[in-house]
Design a binder for this molecule. Structure first.
Ligand SMILES: [Zn+2]
Length: 257
């Protein structure tokens, strides 16, 4: 714990391993790092382009990874980016979905990631016990909420990974996110659309599922029609997609859809 006076020298401004006094001083220091475009966007009415669902994991910084500024995404960060079936959604998620509809946000992005602690907890505890178990059971249980049969999948993934929990967890994180995507499509849609799947079918909304590798920054995208993951490297926007205005500051563009 650093108790000495912070001078706000650039060298002292570490983003890592921050104690509370430093964290609070960074609020002030960070205030100077906003570009004028960001300042403007923060003071304006928000019209977010995307609803972003990613894990609570502290290592994944969505605004950096996807390079967007203020006003672009509504962020929701449940453990392992889990979206349960609509009839099992808690109020925290339902209220965010309602907010998405109120703000008329057309795009939804789910981002799973490598080395996910939630997925690894589920691998280690394929049958969590909420009543008598500990905190790890509570975390593992969250990953079960997609409805995947993890009790069956976890031993299979562990065996395939020769007992490597990280690798097995990476496989599970992908599968959990695919199930989350399938669940998401059944949620109530915007406007006249009964479901989000209906929004997409009508060309009024889009959903992307990504898997982000924290080690390599490599990104895969899940193709629901093919039922397969593919590298995002070859992504090309649709010919009729609006051009992203060129700017030297962080572009307020939505992430790749
Ligand atoms: Zn995670």
């Amino acid at each position: 714990m650093a108790n000495e006076e912070h001078t706000h020298d650039h060298d002292e401004y570490s983003h890592f391993h921050i104690d509370m006094p430093s964290l609070l001083s960074h609020v002030l220091k960070g205030d100077q790092t906003f570009t004028s475009d960001e300042d403007k966007a923060m003071g304006a009415v928000q019209h977010p382009s995307a609803f972003l669902i990613c894990c609570i994991d502290s290592r994944f910084q969505p605004d950096k990874a996807l390079d967007y500024g203020p006003g672009v995404t509504l962020e929701y960060r449940p453990i392992s980016a889990v979206i349960p079936p609509p009839d099992q959604a808690d109020q925290a998620l339902l209220s965010r979905m309602a907010f998405r509809r109120l703000k008329d946000v057309p795009n939804i992005v789910i981002i799973a990631h490598s080395d996910c602690g939630g997925a690894q907890a589920a691998i280690n505890i394929p049958n969590p016990d909420l009543k008598n178990g500990g905190d790890l059971d509570v975390v593992a249980y969250e990953v079960h909420r997609t409805g995947l049969d993890i009790g069956k999948l976890a031993p299979e993934f562990l065996k395939a990974a020769n007992g490597d929990v990280k690798e097995a967890g990476n496989h599970l994180a992908r599968d959990v996110s695919v199930q989350s995507l399938k669940n998401l499509l059944q949620y109530k849609g915007r406007g006249e659309f009964a479901t989000i799947a209906d929004e997409i079918a009508a060309g009024k909304g889009s959903v992307a599922l990504l898997y982000y590798d924290l080690d390599t920054h490599k990104v895969d995208q899940y193709d629901l029609s093919k039922g397969a993951w593919e590298p995002l490297a070859g992504y090309k926007p649709a010919p009729n997609a609006p051009a992203v205005p060129s700017t030297t500051s962080k572009p307020p563009a939505p992430p790749a859809m």
